[in-house]
Design a protein around this ligand. Structure first.
Ligand code: NAD
Length: 393
């Protein structure tokens, strides 16, 4: 990505706690740029209206003008958005992912000393989940049980599979394609190589769903063995001669249910994970829970061109406007965004300051409650982070 010294980056404040955590995050990012580049580089922030505010002003939650702004910006950061409950409303997040073809949902999960964790050795957790973002059961191909279409689909399936589908059966389809599987695995392997990680684990339920989950695994191995032949090795080959393959990325696979146990019991064996949409959704939240939960887990939705970095949690409506939410998830998404545009110095300034704040037990209400210490406001936490920033040598 070629980035000028003063790029325009879009920001969506989001709903609920969104405006509070966005304010804290932009302040922290801007401060990290000052420390890293002393005025030589800065970000021109462009506000993009999406969600409740857009609805109030334009009658639409995602106006066309906002989509065009995001397109012009190429890279953006966003707070959480409300998904109104009710039929016929597609989640804005899903719409954004599909519109900009943000096919990889990337969720790094690592432990920060000082953060309360429910597991014994949280410091062993250091994984990056690459979740396919555009297909699988989330593609939105579903029929309500009492619709005419469902009836036709049931009839077709009953004949094809010689089974009886009763009229109270709703149906969903799970499309998994070679192209979309491989471009996701490619991103995961490229990331592993660029960041000197040890392994990429393909997580799938191929023992049951052979032509979708099983195919995902096979296509992943095929890609590794062709495009990345000289940089990767299978687990089996590696185990025969670890010395010879010392510098290679080990590609392995695990069945999903087993993987949920493995990340708890053999945590240190897992590093970069590439998986299908539904598996990735569950697995990334489960891993995040080991290191302190949603308030601190960052995420990015990345395609070949566009990228939107976002807090992984929701709008926490009960804390809206109270300046009490934890902005760490969005701040760390900001770290990912800075890395994405190649501004690694600023990313390090910001990340190191957040790590130090946690070491010093500076926490917001969500974690203060567990640690039984006095909570900081969202804005006070941002101040504590900025206070800990150090200039780059
Ligand atoms: P949520 O993540 O908003 O809340 C779950 C729990 O975590 C709540 O107790 C909440 O108070 C707490 N929490 C979450 N983030 C926090 C933070 N930064 N600091 C302190 N506490 C925090 O999930 P929900 O209640 O299921 O969803 C609320 C709304 O958010 C819904 O409309 C949902 O559709 C939307 N949502 C949006 C996104 C997104 O935009 N990416 C993701 C998930 C949910």
């Amino acid at each position: 990505l070629s980035v000028p010294n003063n790029p325009t980056i879009g920001y969506i404040e989001g709903d609920g706690i969104g405006p509070d955590i966005t304010k804290a995050t932009l302040y922290a990012i801007n401060s990290s740029l000052e420390f890293a580049y002393k005025g030589e580089r800065s970000i021109e922030w462009q506000k993009v209206m999406v969600g409740d505010e857009a609805y109030e002003k334009t009658g639409k939650r995602l106006p066309q003008e906002s989509l065009e702004q995001l397109r012009r910006c190429v890279v953006s950061i966003k707070g959480p958005l409300t998904t109104p409950v009710g039929e016929g409303f597609r989640s804005l997040n899903v719409t954004l992912r599909q519109y900009f073809d943000l096919y990889a949902n990337i969720r790094p999960v690592r432990y920060f000393p000082g953060v309360p964790s429910p597991v014994k050795n949280p410091e062993k957790v250091n994984m990056v989940v690459f979740r396919e973002n555009t297909e699988d059961l989330y593609a939105g191909i579903e029929w309500k049980y009492d619709s005419e279409e469902a009836n036709r689909v049931r009839q077709f399936l009953s004949e094809q599979f010689n089974i009886s589908l009763t009229p109270d059966t709703g149906i969903g389809i799970k499309p998994i394609s070679k192209f979309r599987s491989q471009r996701l695995v490619r991103k995961a392997i490229q990331y592993a190589i660029a960041n000197k990680r040890r392994s990429v684990t393909l997580v799938h339920k191929g023992n049951i769903m052979k032509y979708t989950e099983g195919a995902f695994k096979d296509w992943g191995y095929e890609l590794a063995a062709t495009e990345f032949r000289d940089q990767t090795v299978t687990e089996e080959e590696y185990s025969k001669n670890p010395e010879a393959y010392r510098n290679r990325i080990v590609v392995k696979d695990r069945i999903t249910d087993n993987m949920f146990q493995q990340v708890l019991t053999r945590t240190e064996e897992y590093d970069v994970i590439a998986t299908t949409n539904l598996n990735g959704d569950y697995l990334s939240d489960a891993i995040a829970a080991q290191v302190g939960g949603l308030g601190i887990a960052p995420g990015g939705n990345v395609g070949d061109v566009y990228a939107i970095f976002e807090a992984v949690h929701g709008t926490a409506p009960k804390y809206a406007g109270l300046d009490v939410a934890n902005p760490t998830s969005l701040m760390l998404s900001g770290v990912m965004m800075l890395q994405y545009i190649g501004w690694n110095e600023a990313a390090k300034v910001l990340e190191d300051a957040i790590v130090q704040a946690y070491k010093d037990q500076k926490v917001t209400q969500d974690l203060a409650r567990v640690l039984n210490i006095k909570p900081l406001k969202c804005s006070e936490f941002a101040e504590e982070v900025v206070k800990r920033m150090k200039p780059v040598e």
